[in-house]
Design a binder for this molecule. Structure first.
Ligand code: 5GP
Ligand code: ZN
Length: 142
């Protein structure tokens, strides 16, 4: 059961539980992820409760995403990271564990710095015709 009432990130927004905030405005909060996958690992969230990217109203998305570059640059400047992974997990299969939309900013320091994302590529299995068909099918839903 996941709802606004028992949402840990809504509680962080309202400062009902402690967090280490690095940014806050009327719509958005950024705070250090408790797990610190790498040094400086930060979450950017809307104050508005939305389960994940699927349920994010466009104006809320605009507010959150427009803050990401300045938070990313601030983390980079402080930590001296040599790169950054920016990601958002939606639903359990994708690794979502907190059901209030959030963007992870994971600064990178080297190949063995604690973060790993592994994916396979399948270019050989997709012809131009297949890609064209897939794109036109997705387009119908936009
Ligand atoms: P997800 O797995 O949903 O993509 O990411 C949820 C993140 O929230 C995890 O990286 C986890 O460490 C972080 N997290 C969970 N509970 C808390 C908390 O109470 N405080 C903070 N600062 N981070 C939390
Ligand atoms: Zn929430």
């Amino acid at each position: 059961m996941h709802s606004e009432d028992n949402c840990i990130f809504c509680k962080i927004v309202k400062s009902e539980i402690p967090s280490h905030k690095v940014y806050e405005d009327d719509e958005v909060v950024a705070f250090l992820d408790i797990s610190q996958v790498t040094n400086g690992h930060t979450l950017v969230i809307p104050k508005h409760h939305a389960r994940n990217i699927y349920e994010l109203p466009e104006h809320v998305a605009a507010d959150v995403f427009q803050t990401v570059p300045k938070i990313a640059n601030a983390i980079q400047r402080e930590t001296g990271a040599i790169g950054m992974n920016v990601l958002s997990n939606a639903e359990e299969i994708a690794g979502q564990t907190v059901y209030h939309f959030h963007i992870h900013l994971i600064p990178r320091f080297g190949h063995d710095d604690g973060f790993g994302a592994k994916w396979e590529t399948h270019m050989d299995e997709y012809s131009q015709e297949t890609l064209k068909q897939l794109a036109s099918q997705i387009k119908q839903h936009v």
